[in-house]
Unconditional design. Sequence first.
Length: 307
Amino acid sequence: MGEDPQPYEEDITADPWIMAGNPVVRGTRIAVSLVLEELAQSPDINERLAAYPDLTRTDVQTCLAYAALQCAAILKDCAGADPSLQETCDRKIREVICMEINMQMYSAQLRGILNDQEVSIVGSGILDADKGVVIGQYFLRKIPPMLHPLVFNSVLITGYPSVCGSLGMSNPFYPGSYSYSRVVEFGENRRISYSAHCIEVSGREGSRLETTFEIEGNLITPPLRGCRPVLEIWTPKGADRIAGSFSIVWETNDGETLTGVATTDYIPPPANRLLFQTPRQRNVFIHSGVAGKILDVEQRSTLVPIG
């Protein structure tokens, strides 16, 4: 199975014959480093756009997201099992994100009991609502043995329905706070279930999504190496709920597969509930990896009508 492209690699290029091979905005000779340096001196995006007519607001957003990915990669290489990683990751990402563009910070805590043992995971990253991209890292504090961390893709990566590229279609989960409960069945009495509370908080650094996952269940997995794209169906359920259903398939190291079947009971923000009256489909493309105690996650989602 080939590697998925990074969420922004189609917009940033590096050619040895252009700007000495330094990363540039596609179709220009504007170096990513130049954009970041000038934003550090003056965060007024309008000044940058006036100074560089070939640069768009989306290009600036792309440069910032690219820089966040580079920070995450460096932290993963240097952090090892240091629990202070999350504070460092939060700080570094804030340094490269301008709150005038449509990006949002998020933080997450996952806790509970699996296989009669404690689970504890903490993470943070960025959400790009327009492009439907989630980028983040998680520190695996406590994970039961015989449970591969990539199985948490069914929780952490698919956990943000508010982040979907929808081509103008209204998203019933954005903006605002929402909650849901999910059960993922693996057969033979193996399952994980959890509740999620996604709270939108406004502060000096802009809007932030703070999420808590409470999990329980019984599951043993083989070593995993990635999961296939997910197709989730959203269906109206009464006046204030949305039912979600999807299957998620992981590839194992021995060439087999592990499949989970998920059902979700969503409660969208009250102000948005009338926006959703017909079924929709959420396509989720997932890229993740584990290095030591660090779980990297990337999700790209699009929302499309059914029929």
